[in-house]
Write a protein that binds this ligand. Structure first.
Ligand code: ADP
Ligand code: PAZ
Ligand code: K
Length: 266
């Protein structure tokens, strides 16, 4: 079994794969103050709770957009599995050509999503990831990563309203069903969610025009994808496990090197 980690700014998603089959998926919060022992304990408990033998993990691959968590997480995997994890970054074959001014600057999650989306769907593609930030990435018909946009995420946008305006409460991200709202909570929910639908539709429209096509497939992922996708037909597919799948694909493309990384071997 291969264990994959998608480290985002809010959550770490763990996926346990047998070949291309996702057997288990767990979500824990990203906490840069946790030590490697705390992460080890947590992962150990997740395995125990799902009745999975930790010894069955043959290898580990991690993609992260939170650099200062990596020390603890890498140490945790060494302690628990005796494995030096593969980390998506320089030296890893992704099979995707990255057209960014500085390719090292692109968030690993965006590359991993592009790898999975291009393997599963036909290009050109627009990938929208609703995480802490919302990223939009364009992939050409030939599978070249062309770049994209980064917007403040839904949750942090709504948190900013509550933190910065004295009379505005924290609200749950649910749709109020209309935009002429009669109370503060519904007014905020409408402004955030329906306003966000507008943001998504406009960026995708502009991206399609820059791509010179009306036919790009729009794939959405991330914790909050369904909330927005259910309100617009501009999103063609919601693919919940896109990032995890990208990780297992990248693992397969790098496993020869991976086979030599067991601790104690040279
Ligand atoms: N199923 C869900 N329902 C509601 N909120 C969610 C759900 N999953 C994640 N979230 C929230 O959405 C935001 C983005 O989550 P996530 O996609 O995990 O982000 P990241 O990849 O940046 O860690 C976070 O604030 C998270 O708490
Ligand atoms: C844009 C992001 C913050 C999104 O991260 P997430 O919302 O998944 O936590 C991340 O991909 C990142 O830090 N990217 C680096 C900058 C770039 O992609 O250009
Ligand atoms: K993410």
């Amino acid at each position: 079994m291969i264990l994959v980690f998608d480290v985002g700014n809010s959550n770490i998603v763990l996926g346990l794969y047998e070949g291309r089959e996702l057997l288990n998926c767990w979500r824990i919060s990203t906490d840069k103050d946790k030590t490697s022992d705390e992460y080890s304990l947590m992962i150990h408990q997740l395995f125990h709770y799902s009745n999975v033998d930790i010894k069955k993990v043959e290898d580990v691959i991690i993609s992260s957009v939170v650099p200062n968590i990596m020390y603890s997480l890498e140490h945790a995997t060494r302690k628990l599995f005796n494995i030096d994890p593969l980390v998506v970054g320089p030296g890893i074959k992704t099979g995707i050509n990255i057209k960014y001014d500085n390719p090292k600057q692109v968030g690993a999650d965006r590359i991993v999503n592009a790898v999975a989306a291009f393997e599963k769907y036909e290009g050109p593609l627009i990938i929208v990831d609703f995480g802490t930030a919302t990223t939009f990435c364009a992939v050409s018909k030939e599978g070249v990563y062309l770049g994209g946009t980064i917007s403040p995420g839904l949750k942090i946008s709504s948190d900013a309203l509550f933190q910065r305006a004295a009379k505005l409460p924290r609200v749950e991200l649910v749709k109020p069903g209309k935009v002429i709202c009669k109370n503060t909570v519904n007014s905020m929910q409408a402004g955030i969610i329906y306003g966000y639908v507008g943001l998504v539709e406009y960026i995708i429209k502009k991206m399609k025009s820059e791509l010179n096509t009306k036919n790009a497939t729009v794939v959405a992922t991330g914790g909050l994808a369904t909330l927005i996708a259910s309100e617009t037909d501009i999103i063609n597919v919601v693919d919940k496990y896109l990032t995890l799948e990208g990780l297992i694909i990248i693992y397969e493309r790098n496993k020869e090197e991976a086979n030599r990384r067991y601790i104690g071997q040279d």
